[in-house]
Ligand binder design. Structure first.
Ligand code: DX5
Ligand code: ZN
Length: 234
């Protein structure tokens, strides 16, 4: 067992599952949150049609959703200028606010502003962005989001080459250099979650694998069980 230290940060000692509402029905978001009761976080993909080509939702929807569910909101900001726009998401009720290093001018200061506003701070890396360049910056963060697809769209295939980045992050946490959750996002399903868990991830975002299932809550439980088994035998 190599994952005790960070898993302790999850609060439950178990792998965390964060269903992504990108694959939900946007006209029924409160119902769709209720459909995944028992999830650890609810992942909210904010896209601005600049940092990524897609456009989804923003602060007013996050504020309403925070009032409509007890599941902590995990906001993944795929937006330009997060230094300016990320801290307000903490103020309006997000539990975790993650922004992209590729878009940030002053990631340390932005992390501090998010934490001062009462949320956890997360840093996301696109597939081509190496972890090694950011091992010091990440000391300011509570979460590292390793993108296992190109950000912008749900339903893409998991990029296996990212398993090495997950393992590097795991080692940085286990060595004590970082103290954060290792979260993976993109193409996570019953099969790929085993590899991501074995590589050392703590938290798993899943959009189509949850909301494409007949019973989304059962899909969350199945994903968590698969991650627990694979993570324990790693
Ligand atoms: C992609 C988003 C993901 C997306 C994942 O840019 O960040 O959170 O919802 O969807 P799946 O699980 O379908 O790959
Ligand atoms: Zn996401």
């Amino acid at each position: 067992m190599t994952q005790q230290y960070s898993r302790a940060l999850t609060g439950t000692g178990a792998p965390m599952i964060a269903p992504s509402i990108l694959s939900a029905d946007f006209a029924r978001l409160a119902d769709e949150a209720a459909a995944v009761a028992g999830s650890d976080w609810l992942h909210v993909d904010v896209m601005d049609n600049h940092f990524v080509p897609n456009l989804t939702l923003g602060a007013p929807v996050v504020q309403s959703l925070a009032k409509a569910t007890d599941i902590p909101l995990d906001c993944h900001l795929m937006i330009d200028d997060p230094d300016r726009w990320a801290p307000p998401y903490a103020e309006l009720g997000a539990h975790n606010v993650t922004f992209h290093i590729e878009a940030a001018a002053d990631p340390r200061q932005t992390a501090r502003a998010i934490k001062a506003a009462g949320a956890r701070a997360g840093l996301a890396l696109k597939p081509a962005t190496p972890l090694s360049d950011y091992l010091d910056v990440l000391r300011e963060f509570d979460t590292l989001l390793v993108m296992t697809v190109e950000p912008g769209f749900g339903g893409q295939a998991f990029i296996d080459a990212m398993l090495d980045k997950i393992s590097q992050a795991r080692r940085a946490v286990d060595s004590g250099h970082l103290r954060l959750l290792v979260e993976v996002d993109g193409g996570v399903n019953d099969e790929t979650i085993e590899r991501a868990a074995a590589a050392g991830a703590d938290c798993f975002v899943a959009g189509s694998a949850v909301y494409g299932a007949q019973d989304p809550a059962a899909a969350v439980r199945a994903l968590r069980d698969a991650a627990r088994v694979a993570g324990a035998s790693a």
